[in-house]
Write a protein that binds this ligand. Structure first.
Ligand SMILES: Cc1cc2nc3c(=O)[nH]c(=O)nc-3n(C[C@H](O)[C@H](O)[C@H](O)COP(=O)(O)OP(=O)(O)OC[C@H]3O[C@@H](n4cnc5c(N)ncnc54)[C@H](O)[C@@H]3O)c2cc1C
Length: 557
């Protein structure tokens, strides 16, 4: 008898009755909508062509932030909304979302000088305080000496001082999607990854459902729904093309890339938000585990959305700007652990607008009001930071406009799975780790790592080791992840492939060696759980290796 029963993959039976809401796309926006709708009692189908969180959400800067930069565009309501959401996330997912100190150095000749930044910083604090009394500390302004001491490693030439302020970081937004999907399923939603919407069905100028291709079985499924919500991020237009009614282009993709390098000696302990010399755009250097996450870039996206990788030009830009600001960094391509690229699903606008002027708020486009195809809406834009609120707004919209009886929203106060029972993450770890290490005979640092990933659900992962003690073994030398996490991912978190597990459940592939040393054992463990043949195990392992080599390692020598 296994300690945790697997969640069954949806079958044809799940599709007999019509859904209230069909959500297309399991990125942060789609999973948040599905969670909200399911919590409010609606009958929900969430369908994702790849894996939850495998689109843009996985290739972001991982910040849960109020968007101080948007004050430059006068987007005060957006900043206020994002600050609210930051506070909800700090409370509801304390295992995954943590405060982050950021420095903003000011150099001679920079576009943004202290006199320009100070009012924005003060306004940001006021907006944050309107949100919550607790929150994160106020900003501070420093002279040159103190700033250089606080943010070590910076080039001192022309440094005039700077600011320290606070945001928050989600170390794995991929898991944020998974946890939203888990919660949606827990509240009755049908949740399906590796299931692509291939057509929006229509009758009498109304969307009536979707046709889905189950990419595992090859089966075609038909799902009827009262409302279809297209939350396919940068693929929104591709989904719209599957309707018979011709619908206009809604998304203008802006590509952005990041590189990951090992933290260099004398490098910063806090994050930095620095104006690039080449184009005066601000970019981030953020301590992330033992690495720095450096980015981002901005360029019109041209490549196939399903094959994105950081371009040579983007990598060179990030390397040269980092070497300029941290003279001891001495970065070159050989120091890049991996890189990645994503496309922001921003609204389609005239190309003459600069990227920074394009709103980063999300829009709800009602195709009934605009193009006469009723019961279909598209979500354009959306940020990880704002996902919970986006979910709530989308459900409010469909219940107001399409006569659905959604209950009261509760996600403001409801912890995400794993956030239950944690008020202060450090106190929680201090009280849990010693006893759990003794009970399960697992190193303390492993338990610490599991709490970072699963919050208070870490013990469910460890409980699996009572079923098979071999599952206490690490997946590879480069990470603290253990075999039990693979089993948990398959049984409880909808993982179906090696890539699902290593990239979006454990994060083993987001470290040195990008999970290559863990691929074989992971594929074997999944294969045993799902009853794969040896050939299928081999194929799945190879598919993962191909993916990381093409998408994450192209810029390394
Ligand atoms: C470089 C970069 C840095 C960023 N940094 C930050 C940051 O620090 N903080 C922040 O808050 N935001 C950040 N963002 C913005 C944020 O990441 C995105 O706006 C957000 O992740 C978009 O989520 P989404 O769910 O709309 O799209 P996605 O995550 O792309 O999800 C859409 C999903 O739809 C699926 N799909 C597509 N077609 C179909 C189909 N036919 N059937 C079923 N499913 C389908 C895709 O597989 C995909 O998983 C950044 C974005 C980029 C590009």
């Amino acid at each position: 008898m296994s300690s945790i029963q697997p969640i069954q993959r949806p079958t044809l039976q799940n599709f007999y009755k019509p859904y209230d809401v069909i959500v297309v796309g399991g990125g942060i926006s789609g999973t948040a909508i599905a969670r909200d709708a399911a919590q409010r009692g609606l009958k929900v189908l969430l369908t994702e062509k790849g894996d939850f969180g495998s689109g843009t959400t996985a290739y972001s800067g991982r910040l849960i932030w109020g968007g101080i930069r948007y004050l430059e565009n006068g987007e005060i309501p957006l900043v206020r909304k994002l600050l609210n959401e930051r506070q909800y996330m700090l409370k509801n997912a304390p295992h995954m979302v943590r405060p982050l100190a950021l420095g903003v150095p000011v150099y001679e000749g920079a576009k943004r000088q202290k006199w320009y930044l100070e009012p924005g910083m003060a306004l940001y604090d006021v907006l944050a305080r309107l949100t919550s009394k607790a929150g994160v500390p106020f900003h501070r302004m420093y002279g040159k000496k103190k700033f250089a001491k606080e943010f070590q490693g910076l080039d001192p030439t022309g440094l005039k001082g700077g600011f320290k302020f606070y945001e928050a970081l989600v170390h794995m937004p991929e898991r944020l999607c998974v946890e939203n999907a888990v919660d949606a399923q827990r509240h009755g939603a049908t949740v399906m990854n590796h299931a692509q919407v291939t057509a929006i069905m229509e009758e009498n100028q109304k969307a009536t459902g979707v046709q889905i291709k189950d990419l595992e079985s090859g089966e075609t499924l038909l799902a009827k729904g009262k409302v279809v919500i297209n939350a396919a991020g940068p693929w929104v237009d591709d989904v719209l093309k599957t309707a018979v009614t011709q619908l206009p282009k809604k998304v203008m993709g802006i590509q952005g890339s990041h590189i990951f390098v090992r933290q260099f000696p004398g490098g910063p302990k806090h994050g930095l938000y620095v104006e690039a010399r080449q184009d005066k755009r601000p970019y981030f250097t953020i301590p992330w585990q033992e690495y720095y996450l450096i980015g981002t870039t901005e360029a019109h996206h041209k490549a196939d959305l399903d094959r994105l990788a950081a371009t040579q030009q983007e990598v060179d830009y990030l390397l040269s700007e980092t070497n300029r600001i941290f003279p001891q960094a001495n970065l070159d391509k050989s120091k890049i652990i991996y890189s990645y690229a994503g496309v922001r699903p921003t609204p389609y606008v005239d190309k003459s607008k600069t990227f920074q002027r394009v709103t980063r708020d999300h829009l709800t486009h009602d195709h009934g009001k605009h193009e006469g195809l009723h019961n279909l809406i598209s979500i354009i834009g959306g940020k990880i930071s704002a996902h919970r609120g986006l979910g709530e707004e989308a459900v409010n919209y469909v219940s107001r406009n399409f006569g659905l009886q959604a209950g009261k929203n509760s996600t403001r106060k409801a912890p995400l799975p794993g956030g239950e029972g944690i008020k202060d993450i450090n106190a929680y770890k201090a009280s849990e780790i010693p006893a759990a290490a003794e009970k399960f005979e697992v190193p303390k640092k492993t338990i610490d790592h599991l709490i970072d990933l699963y919050g208070s659900r870490y013990s469910k992962v460890l409980k699996l080791t009572e079923e098979n003690p071999v599952w206490k073994k690490p997946l590879c030398p480069e990470a603290l992840d253990i075999q039990a996490q693979v089993i948990y991912a398959v049984r409880q978190e909808f993982a179906r492939t090696t890539a699902d597990v290593l990239l979006r459940r454990t994060g083993t592939a987001l470290r040195e060696n990008v999970g290559l040393n863990a691929a074989e054992i992971t594929a074997e463990l999944i294969g045993k759980e799902l009853g794969w043949t040896d050939k299928k195990v081999q194929q799945d392992k190879e598919a993962f290796i191909r993916f990381v080599k093409k998408r994450m390692l192209p810029s390394t020598p």
